[in-house]
Design a binder for this molecule. Structure first.
Ligand SMILES: [Zn+2]
Length: 177
């Protein structure tokens, strides 16, 4: 699948709920997984491949031989830490750059799997917690740029435009998605 790049307006839409009885979702999720791995991401949200449904795929296992794709339908943050952490973040839809983004230190996320069973990520922190927050943002039409203060955002947009002009492609950042 082709990755939608910022500032495509698709990335600013609020996605509709995914219906777990929709038989097409398994195929979509597997295509999303392939696209994510091919571009060296650790997470991908459906709007990043042009589908406006609340579906994300993640794999935050750093080791290549332990690939395990997780599919979340309709993920919701139901609890989060008081404290926040700032860390450099990249995005397959914003190639060639990484920006310091402030996120909750941990989040508890509820979602459905492809069989419609409830799954819970209890106090997910580190890369997993950050990835979940980043991908769930995509479902609400929020990209990294919206997470930056207006002044920082102007510089970030300029930096991104320069990266695009250099020919940056999805996955062109050492920072995980
Ligand atoms: Zn992203």
């Amino acid at each position: 699948m082709k990755i939608v790049l910022s500032p495509d307006p698709t990335l600013r839409q609020v996605c509709s709920p995914a219906d777990p009885t929709d038989k097409g979702l398994k195929h979509l999720a597997s295509q999303m997984g392939k696209t994510m791995y091919k571009n060296n991401g650790c997470g991908l949200a459906a709007p990043q491949v042009g589908v406006l449904k609340r579906i994300i795929v993640i794999d935050c296992n750093a080791e290549e031989d332990k690939k395990h794709l997780e599919v979340l339908l309709n993920p919701v943050i139901v609890a989060h830490s008081d404290e926040t952490v700032e860390c450099d973040e990249g995005c397959l839809s914003v190639p060639g750059v990484a920006f310091p983004i402030t996120r909750w230190a941990w989040v508890t996320v509820e979602a459905l799997d492809l069989d419609g069973q409830e799954i819970v990520y209890e106090k997910a922190d580190g890369l997993l917690g950050r990835c979940l927050q980043h991908e769930i943002d995509h479902l609400d039409g929020i990209t990294m740029f919206e997470r930056l203060d207006p002044f920082t955002r102007m510089g970030a947009i300029r930096e991104y435009q320069e990266a695009l002009a250099r020919g940056a492609k999805p996955g062109d950042t050492s920072v995980p998605e």
